[in-house]
Ligand binder design. Sequence first.
Ligand SMILES: [Zn+2]
Length: 53
Amino acid sequence: MEKVEKHLFTIRCNRCGERYTLKGRIKKGKVETGLKRCLCDNENDFEIHRKEP
Ligand SMILES: [Zn+2]
């Protein structure tokens, strides 16, 4: 079984500055959240920070 870590992430859109706080997980060193795209149609230009407990 693969170990999956769940964390809270703060995601900021680099285009419009919109912020989201989402639950996500780290899989193979990559952050996975449910966020597909921002309100401004940005799909991959995000700044992602893990929220420390
Ligand atoms: Zn945006």
